[in-house]
Design a protein around this ligand. Structure first.
Ligand SMILES: Nc1ncnc2c1ncn2[C@@H]1O[C@H](COP(=O)(O)OP(=O)(O)OP(=O)(O)O)[C@@H](O)[C@H]1O
Length: 396
């Protein structure tokens, strides 16, 4: 076995490296080439330089492709650029816009990993005769019996496991993440050692195709008519003001709601059907039960064997939060997580990612997209009253 846990000598082992033109994936290609693997670099063109959907110089526009090409030349490896624009638009950008319009808070990085990178690109890697597809994601994988398992990376500040929960067992077995055991400063050092032109390149930020956090403008452009104005309604039924489109709001948001009030107000619910933003006190955000859809299970026990009694694990309901104690339960087709302590700001469309424990070495057990969450009985009753009331009742 070699450093990638692949049978055979590195020289006889082809590995495709997904190269974004950033320092991380460039170092992956550099390390593997230095170890003597038969490395093939592949860069996906995901959106066009100058197109309305991205900012100049962002990931996989012209400059990044040039960077990946330059690194490949320096390393002496073959490099291919594949045009995935159409697939990226259909599989990532369109569902992202649709999800926002439906009042959700989507995570496009998950759908990108799930579809474009680990389905289409993975297929291409197999077609190229590669024994593995390696990326610059910060997550660890290691042998687990006849399969592989995912673990949080050594560099906790860079942990990307939240965005990789939907990786299937078959994909986990084929993928390799050589940076899982390294810190970002170490990665930059290696880039400098290898003389890579991207050694000091800035990290990519946020969502690659959204111009500097301008979500609502971009979605309004992609989905004309979606920024429908509506009422800002207190959970107790009072209309407090007007808004310029629910896609400008996120559940749990406190600042910039646009209404004056004596009490601190938070966005509690986004009612896409009636274009209403429901606001209320912080207690109304407290959630203990989260229902999941598109569940991906990576644990050793069979998901079907997890009954209503459930199993104890740790769940992370937002990318910035730590994993917290929870119970995963299942009954028929319904899968849900019960959080030991209430959490606020749980938004449909985000992920609920499951871990073995809350340590930095925790195993990633999969997860699902948050379909809906259940708040306190009082808050649920108020929301129900609001949705049962005729549309005009709140506007009086
Ligand atoms: N357009 C692309 N073409 C090929 N691979 C890509 C592309 N975008 C991202 N990747 C792969 O997915 C990994 C994670 O992507 P992410 O956007 O999180 O990049 P990152 O952590 O900033 O890494 P990098 O420094 O390599 O850009 C990258 O390291 C790379 O292996």
């Amino acid at each position: 076995m070699n450093s990638l846990d692949l049978p055979g000598r590195p020289a006889d082992t082809r590995v495709v490296v997904a190269m974004s033109g950033g320092v991380d994936s460039s170092v992956v290609a550099g390390i593997l080439a230095r170890e003597g693997y038969d490395v093939v670099g592949v860069t996906l063109q995901l959106y066009d330089h100058g197109a309305a959907t991205h900012r100049a110089g962002s990931c996989c526009a012209g400059r990044d492709i040039d960077d990946a090409r330059r690194v490949s030349e320096k390393l002496g490896i073959p490099h291919y650029v594949l045009d995935y624009e159409e697939r990226f638009r259909k599989a990532v950008i369109d569902p992202f816009a649709q999800s926002y319009v439906a009042g959700e808070t989507p995570i496009p990085c998950v759908s990108c990993n799930q579809t474009v990178k680990f389905a289409d690109l993975l297929e291409t890697a197999r077609d190229l005769g590669a024994a593995a597809l390696a990326t610059g994601h910060y997550i660890r994988s290691g042998a687990n019996g006849a399969h592989r398992a995912l673990f949080r990376p050594v560099d906790a500040d860079r942990d990307q496991s939240y965005f990789l929960f939907a990786t299937t067992q078959e994909q986990v077995d084929y993928l390799r993440f050589p940076l899982g055991g390294m810190s970002k400063p170490q990665v930059r050092e290696i880039a400098a050692e290898l003389g890579l032109s991207v050694a000091d390149k800035q990290d990519s930020q946020d969502i690659c195709f959204v111009p500097q956090g301008k979500y609502s403008e971009m979605i309004a452009r992609l989905r004309p008519g979606s920024a429908e104005p509506g009422d800002i309604v207190h959970i107790d039924g009072r209309v407090l003001g007007r808004h310029e489109g629910i896609l400008r709001y996120t559940i749990g948001q406190r600042r910039g709601i646009g209404v004056a009030s004596g009490e601190p107000l938070y966005v509690i619910h986004l009612d896409a059907d009636r274009a209403r933003v429901i606001v209320g006190p912080r207690e109304a955000l407290d959630t203990r039960k989260v229902f999941l859809r598109a569940m991906n299970w990576l644990g050793d026990e069979d998901l079907a064997s997890i009954g209503p009694g459930g199993i104890e694990l740790f769940a992370k309901v937002r990318s910035t939060r730590p994993p917290r104690p929870a119970l995963l339960r299942r009954e028929g087709a319904a899968v849900w997580v019960e959080l030991a302590e209430g959490e606020a700001g749980i938004a449909p469309g985000q992920a609920c990612v499951l871990y073995s424990d809350d340590s930095n070495e925790a195993r990633v057990l999969g997860g699902g997209f948050i379909q809906r969450s259940e708040r306190s009985a009082a808050a649920e009753a108020m929301l129900e009253r609001l949705s049962a009331a005729p549309a005009h009742a709140t506007a009086e």
